[in-house]
Ligand binder design. Structure first.
Ligand code: GLU
Length: 410
């Protein structure tokens, strides 16, 4: 099924399983989450009525360390998606060598329809429902689509009230005033910029190459800003309401201002409205929205030379085959967007020392992590004569499998 997220995650895993010649007793354990929780979260709405929201937490694998991964608030959250995202988190933490496992949570909700008070009660209610299953040494949530540091602050507060003590490292992506890390706010994009620089060198593109970015949320907007600063030409941007283009290069700061005022990048003065950002003539394409945006139906139309997956799961396995035939280099999500969780891990380390690093220190560690991981994944790609995705998978799944063996989980 093309758009079933977990089926796609499994299809990717199975290719890596073959390349690694993984033993059956391990492979079979890596095809479903270790634990999957579904909860009902009752929330008193401002009008006095009670609404019950459905939430999930999928704990995929903890062989290498505590489950780790964000919480998504989105109307399309579903069980398959949460499971897929938790599997991808497992490979993501492993590919960049963090001593963590993988998990993911979500609540079916459109947060834009809630008041601030309702959003806070939902965030606290979700923690009330899952708190027995999380903890600094068990499972550590973080932000994801439509969640942010403010929400992490409420969630931390709720958790600490329930357990009756300070436990800052139970959640990451917190505000700086309560144990957040420098650079965490833009670390997903920053990590992707480090791997993009590596990829650009490998395929002989220049700084100043053209870039189109699909999605202007936390990841996409910071990516646009950082790449523009590095001298890349941002020729197209989009969000859920529309797409814009300017072959001369868009002024990203101005576009962000425009979106703040109007709610969308669409209609940015001086830009041209476009139907489809994916098929554009551009050197680099950055999908930074949701899963499955590049699929069997549109992969054939893509003209970019390099795709950097800033979103999780933006390219389906069917589309992967088409892109490979077209010789387009795809730097996969589990590597390209791992900067977020890498700095989440640094945040936890700082929390446990109760000693905080400067922004420059965090960035130096992030750069080292991302560049080393890119090189390691590239080496696997060459060794197995496979795609970059599978190079990263072989590295990641191999590390998780080794931890399973060493624990005797065979
Ligand atoms: N939600 C982010 C991701 O998909 C960050 C997860 C984390 O920091 O734990 O990678």
């Amino acid at each position: 099924m093309q758009n079933d997220a977990f089926a796609n995650a499994l299809a990717q895993f199975e290719i890596a399983e073959d390349l690694l010649e993984l033993e059956e007793n391990i492979a079979v354990q890596l095809k479903s989450p270790q634990k999957l929780l579904r909860v009902s979260v009752p929330v008193k709405m401002d009008d006095g009525r009670l609404r019950v929201f459905t939430g999930y937490r999928s704990q995929f694998n903890d062989a290498r360390g505590p489950f780790k991964g964000g919480i998504r608030f989105h109307p399309e959250v579903n069980e398959s998606e949460v499971m897929a995202l938790s599997a991808w988190m497992t490979w993501k933490t492993a590919v960049v060598g963090l001593p963590l496992g993988g998990g993911k949570g979500g609540v079916i909700v459109n947060p834009a329809e809630l008041s601030e008070g309702e959003l806070e009660r939902l965030s606290r209610g979700y923690i009330d429902a899952i708190y027995k299953l999380i903890g600094p040494e068990v499972d550590v949530p973080a932000p994801d689509v439509y969640t942010n540091p403010k929400i992490m602050g409420w969630m931390l507060d709720e958790y600490e009230k329930l357990v009756g003590r300070q436990q800052k490292s139970v959640i990451t992506g917190k505000p700086l005033s309560i144990g957040g890390s420098q650079a965490r706010g833009y670390s997903t994009a920053q990590g992707a910029v480090y791997v993009l620089d590596e990829a650009v060198n490998r395929i002989g593109l220049e700084r100043g190459a053209s870039v189109a970015i699909q999605g202007f949320g936390n990841a996409g907007a910071f990516m646009a800003k950082l790449l523009a600063k590095e001298g890349y030409k941002i020729i197209a941007l989009s969000d859920s309401k529309g797409a814009i283009m300017d072959v001369g290069g868009l002024d990203v700061a101005q576009v962000a201002e425009h979106k703040k005022r109007s709610g969308s990048v669409a209609g940015f003065p001086g830009s041209r409205a476009i139907e489809d950002i994916l098929s554009l003539e551009t050197d680099i394409l950055v999908p930074a929205a949701l899963e499955n945006s590049i699929n069997e139906a549109n992969a054939g139309l893509i003209r970019a030379k390099l795709i950097i997956e800033l979103a999780n799961g933006p390219v389906t396995p069917e589309a992967d085959k088409i892109l490979e035939e077209k010789n387009i280099l795809v730097v996969p999500d589990i590597l390209a967007n791992a900067g977020g969780v890498a700095v989440s891990y640094f945040e936890q380390v700082q929390n446990s020392y109760n000693y905080y690093w400067s922004e420059a220190e965090v960035l130096a560690k992030l750069e080292e992590t991302m560049k080393r991981s890119f090189e390691e994944a590239w080496a696997e790609k060459e060794k197995h004569k496979t795609s970059m995705r599978m190079g990263a998978y072989v590295l990641a799944v191999g590390r998780v499998a080794q931890a399973m063996r060493d624990r005797g989980r065979i």
